[in-house]
Design a protein around this ligand. Structure first.
Ligand code: NAD
Ligand code: DAU
Length: 347
């Protein structure tokens, strides 16, 4: 089987690529990635020589390139993760999100459909989406697979749009597909623009921890390797045209999470208890900030038998240790462009 994974040099994609390359030597895994600021081949050095792995540098927004690639390689299945993924960046530059997340997805859908429309047997387009498409919850309730779409940020609107197109291609052309909508991931190799790695990096350097608004926003956190396990399961056992929500059964208010992180970092860094907490700084809120996300993951649990394997405390401890042991990775990704992004976003 020729499996195309897009965005495989990014955070979640690199964990998915590694899992598939190691677990399925009989598949050939093609990792297509444009290597934007978020893509990093250092994430995959341990498997880059594997005989069942090929990296292809390329941009999903380049229609001719994508058509040519599908024509040459004839991928049987696709797991599509490539995206612009950071909400704050989508507020600054919404069109970049339309280009990659909507137009890029369209290019993949068209190339896949045109290649296999005569016979879709044993073919699959697996689209990786987010819980943010459902909008924001109040203090109670959970997102289920039937919750209406109600996206609030340019990022989530672009992801919602791509989800709709995937479904439309299933309905209209009979293209086999599955979609998963996952909650907030954390773990090793996450780019330090997202809450947890940003704050780990700032604590290491004794920099302020910029908590948006009052910090009472809630997210449902999942360890990235548990997401990769869920993707493997849905890829192999998910039902055609179905959506599965994936979540950690693990809700945290931002401020409580940040306090836990500070506590664990003080221990790891041998600092006086309470010292990292003093770095907490409340800053201007994110525009359109969604109050709460929480996933009802009972469908994937009951139908496919998936559950997170790692508790939040365990996952966070592993994550902190990884960043502390890989300061070279952190400093490589936080030079240059990162400095100007940081100055613009936080100063
Ligand atoms: P990421 O930003 O870490 O990685 C994205 C990858 O896509 C990078 O390697 C980047 O180089 C690549 N890419 C970007 N634009 C591209 C283009 N035009 N052509 C080819 N490659 C391109 O993102 P992530 O956090 O790993 O998220 C991966 C996917 O999972 C995204 O679709 C995201 O919407 C979804 N998701 C993320 C989370 C989360 O918490 N991070 C949760 C749910 C769903
Ligand atoms: O829910 C899934 C989504 O989770 C994914 O689809 C996105 O790709 C991913 O980026 C993530 O989106 P969030 O906006 O929830 O993640 P982020 O890490 O940016 O922020 C988490 C929370 O922390 C959110 O309430 C905003 C807050 N925050 C974030 C940053 C970067 C701060 O208070 N300060 C910060 O500096």
């Amino acid at each position: 089987m020729k499996l195309l994974i897009t965005g495989g040099a990014g955070f979640i994609g690199s964990h998915v690529v590694r899992l598939f390359v190691e677990k399925y030597p009989e598949y050939h895994i093609f990792n297509l990635d444009a290597l934007t600021y978020a893509g990093n081949l250092e994430n995959l050095v341990d498997i880059e020589q594997a005989p069942n792995y090929t990296f292809i540098k390329g941009d999903i927004t380049d229609e001719d390139f994508i058509n040519g690639l599908f024509h040459s390689y004839k991928f049987d299945k696709v797991i599509h993760l490539a995206a612009e993924s950071h909400v704050d960046r989508s507020i600054e530059d919404p069109l970049a999100f339309v280009k990659t997340n909507v137009m890029g997805t369209m290019n993949l859908l068209n190339a896949f459909k045109n290649l296999w429309k005569a016979d879709f047997n044993d073919k699959l387009f697996y689209h990786i989406s987010t819980d943010e498409v459902y909008g924001s919850l109040g203090q109670t309730g959970l997102f289920t697979e039937t919750t209406s779409y109600d996206p609030n940020s340019p990022y989530s609107a672009s992801k919602a749009s791509s989800d709709h197109f995937v479904r439309a291609y299933g309905e209209t052309y009979g293209m086999p597909y599955v979609i998963t909508n996952c909650s907030n991931n954390y773990g090793q190799h996450q780019f330090p623009e997202k809450l947890i790695p940003l704050f780990i990096n700032n604590i290491i350097h004794n920099r302020p921890l910029p908590v948006y608004g009052d910090g009472n926003y809630t997210r449902d956190w999942l360890y990235v390797k548990d997401h990769a396990i869920a993707i493997d399961l849905v890829f192999h056992e998910g039902k055609n045209t179905e959506t599965y929500n994936i979540g950690g059964f693990n809700e945290w208010k931002n401020i409580d999470l940040v306090r836990l992180l500070c506590e664990q970092m003080d221990i790891e860094l041998g600092r006086v208890k309470g010292s990292s907490e003093q770095l907490i700084t409340y800053v201007k809120d994110r525009p359109g900030h969604d109050l709460r996300y929480a996933i009802d993951a009972s469908k994937i649990k009951n139908e496919l038998g998936w559950e997170p394997t790692v508790t939040f405390e365990q996952g966070l401890a592993k994550t902190i240790k990884w960043y502390l042991n890989n300061e070279g990775w952190l400093s490589n990704v936080t030079t240059g462009q990162y400095q100007s992004y940081y100055a613009k976003q936080y100063n």
